[in-house]
Design a protein around this ligand. Structure first.
Ligand code: ADP
Ligand code: MG
Length: 528
């Protein structure tokens, strides 16, 4: 049986080789032989190329069709190769079998091709893909623009709303004062004045938070031990959280210090505690933990430097945030709280302040699973036992008490502010020189030396306050300087205070200014 099959496939039997049909004419024989060999080789190379495509492009959607096509072409090649063989050897059985297999494969391939044709035609061309990509990019830009406008609208609306209310209080109170004075009841203006003061303080804190968010807050960084700072807040946190919420402090006694504005960090932690309290109306646990961390590039956002950080983590067991709220939590004026309960400026203040201090913030939260806010600040090399914990302390002398008088130059471009300061300095008994811009200030510094005190705004037309201070120190190295500033311009971000220098953030009360001026004057007097 087996030998019969072999005979049928390979046996020449009585059959003549194919060359017989070509009359063994060498020209014809070789024309056939060479042509079929070339066709066979070409056919064999095509499946090879298809195999390379199939292996490299694992994402191809037409893979089965690709293999089918490869098999079909391989069989076509084999047919042509057998055509060459049968010129000399009559393997017609085998040739027939290969032809049958080719026919089989060709039917499937052709069906499959027709079946897949609509999908082939639907495939985008490279040019179409480029156009689609461009369109997508344009619509993404449009969306980003719309979102930016939306955020700006929210910001502007938020400011407008809050300030309108404050201005209403101030305008209303001023009206009351005017009326009372007109009726000769000037001694009754105290409540109206108190309202104005309260509204102004609220406005000042609003502005301070907004400046924080925009990273334009004048920061007064110093080296602090984060554990001590958190521990120092314990009392206040207990009072803020109330009896229903347990406070769990886990301080690592970390060795590392940080350099940042302590009062801003305290207010950031307090804001987080208030958020946690609001999220735990039924009570719960607030945990504050500190840790020293080394963070590598792959754990950080691309704009952050790898290195040592101090992590302060504030975790609550409260309601948590939905994905939507989480995505917008850092936006200024974004709040889910009722009017009067939330300003939406808590997390935005923290975000801006931490960024401005060289760190970053992360939030993890899910509905029902509480919230964890982690603040990372760059660690400072100084060992913790060398940290200066003391706030610069000063007693509060009365505004009118006799102090140290001296020749004081005030440089401030806003005329009303300048005249208020001049008035207060006169009351202190100082000899006052004044200038409305940096250049005029410099002239006085150069001509009227020696001075006892320089008070200068930082952002000034002409040369700025810092440059003026440098010039003044050049002429008079020990000159005490009081900077007043309402906005940290990029160029002024690192306001390095030497000895004998202080900063007063706008808006300030005149007593604060007098206090600082007096302290600085006293230091010079005692140094002399
Ligand atoms: N600990 C928290 N748990 C749940 N939600 C929070 C928490 N902290 C903040 N949020 C959500 O983020 C919003 C913005 O917070 P924030 O900027 O502090 O503004 P505000 O507290 O004035 O609403 C909150 O209104 C609240 O929806
Ligand atoms: Mg808040």
């Amino acid at each position: 049986m087996l030998s019969a099959v072999r005979e049928w496939l390979f046996g020449a039997g009585e059959l003549a080789p194919h060359g017989f049909c070509l009359l063994w004419e060498p020209g014809l024989i070789w024309l056939y032989a060479v042509s079929d060999t070339v066709i066979a080789l070409a056919y064999f190379s095509i499946p090879l190329a298809l195999i390379v495509v199939g292996r490299r492009r694992s994402d191809l959607v037409f893979r089965p069709l690709l293999w089918l096509f490869a098999a079909f072409i391989l069989l076509c090649g084999a047919t042509h190769w057998l055509d060459v063989i049968t010129l000399w050897t009559p393997l017609y059985g085998l040739q027939g079998l290969v032809k049958a297999a080719t026919a089989f494969a060709s039917i499937f391939t052709s069906f499959a091709l027709w079946w897949a044709l609509p999908r082939f035609l639907a495939l985008p061309s490279a040019a179409q893909l480029r156009a689609a990509n461009a369109e997508l990019r344009a619509s993404q830009e449009q969306l980003a623009h719309a979102q930016k406008m939306e955020a700006l609208g929210q910001l502007t609306g938020g400011i407008a709303h809050d300030f309108n209310n404050l201005l209403q209080v101030i305008t209303g109170s001023l009206g009351v004062i005017e009326r009372l004075i007109a009726r000769g009841r000037g001694e009754e203006i105290a409540p109206a004045l108190a309202s104005i003061k309260k509204a102004s303080n609220t406005a000042a804190s609003l502005i301070s938070r907004m400046l924080s968010f925009s990273r334009r807050q004048t920061l007064l960084p110093r080296v602090i031990d984060p554990d001590k700072l958190v521990a120092g807040l314990e009392e206040l946190l207990h009072r803020t959280l109330g009896p229903e919420i347990a406070l769990d402090l886990r301080l690592a006694d970390g060795r590392r210090s940080i350099v940042c504005d302590a009062s801003q960090l305290e207010s950031a932690l307090l804001n987080l505690a208030i958020n946690a309290r609001d999220a735990m109306p039924e009570g719960g646990v607030l945990r504050i933990a500190t840790a020293d961390m080394r963070l590598d590039a792959d754990e950080l956002e691309p704009d952050m430097d790898p290195g040592d950080y101090v992590e302060i983590e504030v975790t609550d067991t409260g309601l948590g945030m939905s994905e939507d709220v989480l995505g917008r939590a850092f936006e200024p004026f974004f709040t889910t709280k009722r009017v009067g309960q939330g300003t939406g400026l808590g997390l935005s203040q923290i975000y801006g302040f931490v960024k401005q201090s060289g760190g970053f913030v992360r939030i993890a939260s899910a509905p029902g699973e509480g919230t964890s806010v982690r603040i990372y600040l760059p660690a400072y090399e100084l060992p913790a036992d060398l940290v200066d914990e003391e706030e610069p302390s000063a007693e509060r002398p009365e505004l009118s008490s006799s102090g140290h008088r001296g020749k004081t130059l005030i440089v401030e471009d806003q005329a009303e502010v300048r005249s208020q300061i001049v008035g207060a300095l006169h009351e202190m008994g100082c000899t006052v020189l004044e200038a409305g811009d940096g250049t005029a200030g410099l002239k006085i510094v150069e001509s009227a030396a020696p001075l006892d005190l320089l008070i200068t705004d930082v952002g000034l037309p002409g040369i700025n306050g810092r440059q003026l201070a440098e010039a003044a120190r050049g002429a008079q190295p020990d000159l005490p300087i009081l900077f007043i500033t309402g906005y940290a311009d990029k160029s002024l971000e690192t306001l390095r205070l030497g000895p004998n220098a202080e900063v007063l953030r706008k808006p300030f009360a005149l007593d604060e200014l007098v206090l600082k001026a007096r302290t600085l004057l006293k230091q010079t007097a005692s140094a002399q």
